[in-house]
Design a protein around this ligand. Structure first.
Ligand code: PGA
Length: 252
């Protein structure tokens, strides 16, 4: 099954509008585009339109870092898929930082994944275990419960539109270089497990779904991850903030 590779920059709460503009204008001509590879940048909400305008006439796609699950209404401060769809091809849903600090639950994540699909935006659903869960041998149990809850009620056809990001919490850099990534073999094992799980919950759909890895991906380790058969790309935080570093990753 040919699944094209996906490299996603998750800029979190970094970069002003002018920094976003400068970055995208500088990289867009230097990205190596092929039919088997896609690059996505997810800036903060306030820079999405700037990013979209700067990326015009290139194959660089823009994504959001979150969205609300209703399409419109009295939800002060929220942004819907209906508002994002003109600019965003992707949206990150259920990132562990939102689960940990911003009250995101499997219930809201499930509603957001459905809302993204309804609006024609590809959700990048983030799952992953904490260090404690891994130490207690509960990695698989955690992944099963997150994936079952987050994809509940999504048809076998619609599920093929999602991307899953496996991000073990202990490997996410938190903006410093103290964290170690999973080894490519460790990540491969969990990706294969997630794929089989989706094959069983959604009648073979797992083989079609891109499963990307996130957690301390850098220009020095990207190619090792990309060699693994079930790793279809990367979700990159810290190392996506610097132009040369991100170009080395995206052009791996
Ligand atoms: P990191 O972040 O690459 O800085 O570890 C990844 C993520 O949180 O998506």
């Amino acid at each position: 099954m040919q699944r094209h590779k996906l490299i996603v920059a998750n800029w979190k709460m970094h970069k002003t509008n002018s920094e976003v503009e400068e970055f995208i204008l500088k990289i867009k001509e230097r990205l190596r585009y092929t039919d088997h590879r896609e690059t996505v940048i997810c800036p903060s909400f306030v820079s999405i339109i700037t990013a979209y305008d700067c990326a015009k006439h290139s194959k660089l796609a823009i994504g959001a870092q979150d969205m609300y699950f209703e399409d419109e209404g009295a939800y002060t401060g929220e942004i819907s898929g209906r508002m994002l769809k003109d600019f965003c091809r992707y949206v990150i849903i259920g990132h562990s930082e939102r689960r940990e600090f911003l009250g995101e639950t499997d219930k809201t994540i499930n509603l957001k994944v459905k809302a993204a699909i309804r609006n024609g935006i590809t959700p990048i659903l983030c799952v992953g275990e904490t260090l404690e869960q891994r130490k207690e041998g509960k990695t698989m149990e955690t992944l099963i419960s997150q994936i079952r809850a987050d994809t509940a009620g999504i048809s076998n056809k619609d599920i093929k539109q999602i991307v899953v990001a496996y991000e073990p919490l202990w490997a996410i850099s938190k903006g410093d270089s103290k964290h170690e990534p999973a080894t490519p073999k460790q990540a491969q094992k969990e990706h294969n497990f997630i794929r089989k799980l989706l094959n069983s919950t959604h009648d073979g759909a797992g083989d079609h779904i891109r499963i990307i890895y996130g957690g301390s991906v850098k220009s020095t380790n990207i190619s090792e991850f990309m060699r693994e058969p079930d790793i279809d790309g990367a979700l990159v935080g810290n190392a996506s903030l610097d132009i040369e570093s991100f170009l080395r990753i995206a052009n791996f």
